[in-house]
Unconditional design. Structure first.
Lengths: 407, 165
């Protein structure tokens, strides 16, 4: 459908299949900068295969500043600044995020006090049904054209290369019609605003319409309405934010893959947000780009009452394609004198699991994750038949759960 | 007159929620798009019937666009027809290169409209979010060489003035 490159209006390009990383913390931004400085040169590929960097609109100022600040010493050959920049309006956070996420989002965009008080009132409700009803009845009217305008303006000011139309998440089977209608309205308005009020940018910035989907509501009956909502007014890109994904629910996964396939027939690049290794599967069903969080589970929410998380986070095992706890990694590597099962630059440097200082572990595993993802993408881009290469890769791993979706 | 083509527009309620300055920009841009979409011309009554703006607003913006030569008019009896001077619609020659000077951009195109063939020199000013048309002149194509010679002569005189100063 597409050649191996897609050129954007801003003159940057993405190479297919393509991967973006989604940054949530400043420390992750600093890690990217370190990889750029230490592991990207003539002999090391570093992050060269990663085409884009995305973050939430609530965080972009503090996250992008360490990445795009000037270079004090030698300018690296492969600069992060050349990557495609996305600033995600992340409106789903107003509906499904934590209180601090909601406040951070509203503090970072020009929003009315009425909007803030309605969001806070709804947060206090205990029943999910009541929350959904209040969101639609009380919050939707406040997410008007002025609100959309502010979110687009913030993205333009932040220097985003692809502007993302703000839209509400689709989460409720009972009120799905109203949710789809609101998404359609916000997408329609975004394109009109870009072509008129922000007309100086309509020839320099691509526009992406995004559906944030709870997969439990994604049924064949709604495919046409969802497609109409996301394709309204000719976006340059379309995206799906996967809000939840359960490996053990094949009907939901097939439904998502069928939907991606049907979207890809529109000949508009399809981006899948918030996916890990499953994202590779979507490449075989028509997606062009995946956006992945760094070394974390995209769908994991820790309950407030649970005990503190382990101090040493999970290590991505590049052969098994699993997220191993520290203890599990020790167990797996014991027979091989605790040598890392990986040939990325940082694992080769430390060689053995115990050599990594406890305080450095979390930074180490994130650098390792990014370097491995870069290598995986390079491997996929060099293969002649993506599906066969992925079947082999998943077949050798402990992620065989994805194999049936590659037949 | 055949049926008018119009771009996707905001509802009146949506439009009124925009800040006043942006409302002006919005109306101008919608009118620009509408005139460009209707190469055989539009009239004010047709525009006010098909777009959610009153005729006085439409007339104000059309007269600005006419002043900057983005559009031109032809009078047929009592009817004034507004036609696009758009490069996209009459691109006899498309010159991609623009000249930038002190935040202004100058673009040149050769166009053909009902009044003849012209070289169109347009000035655009980049604001924070838009590219506004600052002005534009139409030089008849048959006289363009003379026009350039005239400018060259002026350039020499300006150069001399600078030296003397």
């Amino acid at each position: 459908m597409f050649s191996n490159k897609i050129y954007l209006k801003c003159k940057k390009s993405l190479t297919l299949p393509s991967m973006f990383v989604y940054l949530r913390y400043e420390s992750e931004a600093e890690i990217l900068r370190k990889i750029e400085a230490r592991y990207t040169n003539e002999s090391n590929d570093g992050l060269n295969q990663i085409d884009g960097i995305a973050t939430s609109i609530k965080d972009w100022q503090r996250i992008f500043s360490p990445i795009f600040q000037g270079y004090l010493y030698d300018e690296p050959k492969y600069k992060l600044i050349d990557r495609i920049k996305l600033i995600d309006p992340s409106l789903y956070l107003l509906f499904t995020g934590t209180d601090s996420d909601k406040n951070a989002l509203l503090d970072n965009i020009e929003s009315s006090s009425r909007l803030k008080s309605v969001v806070n009132e709804i947060s206090l409700l205990s029943s999910q049904k009541d929350k959904t009803d209040k969101n639609i009845d009380n919050l939707y009217p406040l997410l008007d054209i002025y609100f959309v305008r502010n979110l687009l303006q913030s993205q333009i000011r932040g220097g985003a290369d692809i502007l993302i139309s703000p839209s509400v998440p689709i989460t409720s089977s009972k009120r799905i019609d109203e949710q789809i209608e609101k998404v359609k309205e916000m997408n329609r308005v975004s394109r009109i605003l870009l072509d008129t009020v922000f007309s100086g940018y309509s020839e320099e910035r691509d526009l992406m319409h995004v559906l944030a989907l709870n997969l439990s509501v994604l049924k064949n009956d709604y495919f046409d309405a969802l497609k109409e909502a996301v394709l309204v007014n000719n976006p340059d890109h379309i995206g799906i934010r996967v809000m939840n994904l359960t490996e053990g629910n094949p009907s939901q996964i097939w439904s998502l893959l069928r939907f991606i396939k049907s979207l890809s027939e529109s000949k508009v690049p399809v981006h899948i947000f918030n996916v890990r290794e499953f994202g590779y599967v979507t490449f075989c069903h028509g997606s062009t780009t995946i956006t992945t969080p760094i070394a974390s589970d995209p769908y994991f929410w820790r309950a407030v009452s649970e005990e503190a998380p382990p101090r040493k986070g999970a290590y991505y095992h590049p052969i098994h394609m699993t997220n191993d706890t520290y203890d599990m990694l020790l167990e797996k590597t014991r027979a091989n004198n605790y040598r890392f099962p990986c040939h990325c630059e940082i694992c080769e440097k430390f060689e053995k699991v115990m050599k990594v200082d406890e305080l450095y572990w979390n930074e180490f595993r994130r650098i390792h994750f990014l370097l491995v993802k870069n290598m995986e993408l390079k491997e996929l881009r060099e293969t002649t038949t993506l599906k066969i290469a992925l079947r082999d890769k998943f077949g050798r791993s402990q992620q065989t759960v994805w194999l049936p979706y590659l037949d | 007159m055949s049926e008018m083509r119009i771009p996707e527009v905001l509802s009146r309620e949506e439009y009124l929620k925009l800040p006043p300055q942006e409302r002006e920009r919005y109306v101008r841009e919608i009118l620009r798009q509408t005139v460009n979409m209707n190469r055989y011309g539009v009239t004010v009554p047709h525009l006010s019937k098909n777009l959610p703006f009153d005729s006085r607003t439409i007339e104000k913006h059309l007269s600005i666009m006419r002043y900057t030569n983005e559009i031109y008019t032809v009078k047929i009896g009592p009817t004034v027809l507004y036609l696009p001077n758009s490069r996209a619609l009459h691109p006899a020659i498309e010159i991609q290169k623009t000249l930038e000077a002190n935040g202004r951009e100058y673009a040149v195109s050769v166009l053909q409209n009902r009044l003849g063939e012209f070289v169109f020199i347009q000035e655009k000013k980049k604001t924070e979010f838009t590219k506004e048309v600052g002005g534009g002149i139409l030089v008849p194509l048959s006289h363009f060489n003379r026009f350039v010679e005239y400018l060259s002569e002026i350039a020499k005189q300006v150069q001399n003035l600078k030296r003397e100063a």
